[in-house]
Design a protein around this ligand. Sequence first.
Ligand code: ATP
Length: 405
Amino acid sequence: NLGRVGDRLDLPVYAVGGFVRDLLLGQRNSDVDVTVDGDGILFAETFAAEFGCRVKSHEKFGTAVIVFPDGFKIDVASTRLEYYVSPGALPTVERSSLKMDLYRRDFTVNTLAIALNSQSFGKLIDYFGAYRDLQAKVIRVLHNLSFVEDPTRVFRAIRFEQRLNFRIAKHTEDLIKNAVKMDFLVKLGGRRLLSELVQILREKEPLQGISRMASLGLLRFIHPSIELTSELQAALEEVRYVVSWFDLLYLERPYERWAVYFLALCEVLSPEQFWATCTRLAVSEHQSEHLAEMRRQGAELIGAMERKLVRQERLENSDIYFTLRGLSVEILLYHMARSGNPETKRCISLYFTKLHGMEPLIGGEDLKRLGIKPGPIYRELLDAVLSARMNGRVSSKEDELRLVR
Ligand code: ATP
């Protein structure tokens, strides 16, 4: 249908980029990128009107997103750029070819295009030896200044290398080393660095990406004190183990997996250094505060819990619950991974699998029926009932009502 709309408007339309790469590799890719040799916005609007989709367009960049009623999206770019030199002036139109458009991309494997118009439907367009590199499983830049032009590509190279199980070409790797040595990465804004880091940490196996970042000297851009020592390596492996365990529980508690790895990466940092790193990486103030506070509070609470365990004091289920309930999933997983005490790990595991989400069988309505005046006392009573339930002292609604009475 994309091709047919292109035919009618007399515009050449191509599927490009990651979509074509993954298609040829037989991998899933839910993003569809389309490039129109002409006015992409006109194309997107015509397509959307015909197929009942919405369009979000950016006139300035000649790009648009077609959004289907079920949320599926197609990104549309134009090889033609129009811009206004001064307000009110006629637009200056820069016509660029598909080849130029593809040349601006990051790696050869992302430069493939497939023609979608009826006459040439399915024709593979390969200007830069992309097919050869896909077969050889190589990540290669298109020109020597690629990383100077855009240092985020350094992280993208690592991400694709790990995800696709490819290898960064020798010359490309030398260019990365050079960009690191010449400090080009310092120019990279915090927000963009964070976004790349998060994407690496969100990959299925982030450890390989982290180790590649370390060998290329990139960890210091997060903070100069971060090094992949054997301790950090062990910490990350523990995180990986705990995170996989948690994912297998299918608890449907949403959490940011990348943040658990990020906390481990930043383990050597003092609270001040951690805060400075979050600020530099433009982590939102809300999230920085959340992470810093959780980091401190988690260490304190779990430390207190461990001291009790060391003194062989019996921890009841309710102690575990009320100690841990204010902490986020990320912090709990991080401390579960980092604690050397198997009993602590057991407590956190029990919290996730059994205690979290437990509720008393009675509620406010029952307390009202008992003639208790509503107020903060309700919370206290219900917490006391919950404790009794967790510790196995009550097991029915009658037991709970008797306890309150
Ligand atoms: P993913 O599966 O991670 O989304 P992708 O290849 O689709 O992989 P995107 O980040 O969605 O990656 O980018 C879409 C396309 O835009 C890429 O295929 C690439 O050609 C191009 N691109 C993205 N970022 C850059 C960049 N920094 N420099 C040059 N080209 C880029």
